[in-house]
Design a protein around this ligand. Structure first.
Ligand code: ADP
Ligand code: MN
Length: 268
């Protein structure tokens, strides 16, 4: 009788745990509707101890939503994570075509008519690019886990769960902000050069929107479309990156170098 009782209690607690787990995954669905498949992946991530709770959205975009999540280890402090969920809809793929076509790394499994496969490839591309950038020691999120179209990475933000601002929204403290903007400009040029020369990558969507800022450090994000230098359009993308960066820092009053000079600095 005792063992039967014990078994019952265990079963109840498993059920309760399952409900709690479902509840945690449900929170992510309250703000943005997640499909069944995505919810299953989030549940699996909870069960595997990659995160313990999925919170609300940090960002809702055209191609992906980013969620805030927390991993609470039994001992030790909580670790914050960001979870990027790529949208499976076919519409957003038109934009991606030019990045994927000509990428030898993604010839295999390239099937435009299968949007689920395409979005998986896209997430995989970001995961691999991010790992390369992270390994090179360039500030960026640490890629943690990838399953289909769902990517878990470290959270770039403060302890209270606020994400660092995009460079576009950065407010610099102190009096010599001119000098600080100059320093950030030089820092970003150095990052572009290391991206190209060490990681063999062109970001291909670099702007003040895809760089986060905290306490004098710039973090590179959103690297799903980044390509290798031998991509047929890599240098065209690099020129666009250089132009975006120049435009932004000029607006901040920095006496920028010419695009030509930067191009040579980054590539040679
Ligand atoms: P997309 O632009 O395709 O929607 P991003 O990768 O640029 O996707 O992410 C969207 C926004 O989510 C970013 O501008 C940033 O504010 C936030 N974000 C993305 N990754 C992280 C992260 N690891 N930590 C904190 N915030 C993040
Ligand atoms: Mn972005």
């Amino acid at each position: 009788a005792l063992s039967k009782h014990a078994a019952k209690i265990r079963l109840d607690s498993v059920k309760a745990e399952e409900e709690r787990t479902r509840d945690k995954a449900d929170r992510a669905t309250t703000e943005q509707v997640l499909d069944q498949r995505t919810r299953m992946i989030l549940l699996q991530m909870i069960n595997r101890g990659i995160v313990s709770e999925v919170h609300g959205t940090i960002s809702t975009g055209k191609e992906a939503n980013v969620y805030h999540a927390v991993l609470q280890a039994d001992d030790g402090p909580a670790v914050q994570r960001a979870i990027k969920v790529y949208k499976t809809s076919i519409m957003v793929f038109k934009d991606r075509e030019r990045y994927i076509a000509g990428e030898y790394r993604f010839q295999k499994g390239y099937d435009k008519s299968n949007s689920r496969k395409m979005v998986k490839l896209w997430a995989e591309k970001e995961f691999r690019n991010m790992r390369r950038i992270y390994t090179a020691g360039i500030p960026c999120p640490e890629p943690v886990h990838l399953k289909l179209h769902v990517l878990a990475m470290s959270f770039l933000g403060d302890r209270r769960g606020w994400a660092y601002p995009r460079l576009r929204d950065a407010v610099l403290a102190g009096d010599d902000t001119d000098q600080q903007w100059r320093t950030l400009y030089v820092q970003l040029l150095g990052i572009m050069r290391r991206l190209y020369r060490v990681c063999r990558l062109v970001h291909a969507d670099l702007s003040e929107y895809n760089v986060l800022y905290n306490e004098g450090t710039l973090y590179i994000i959103d690297v799903s479309q980044s390509v290798e230098p031998d991509h047929p359009r890599a240098l065209e993308f690099l020129r666009m990156d250089i132009k975006n960066v120049g435009d932004f820092f000029r607006r901040k009053g920095v006496d920028t170098l010419t695009d030509r000079v930067i191009f040579d600095f980054v590539t040679s």
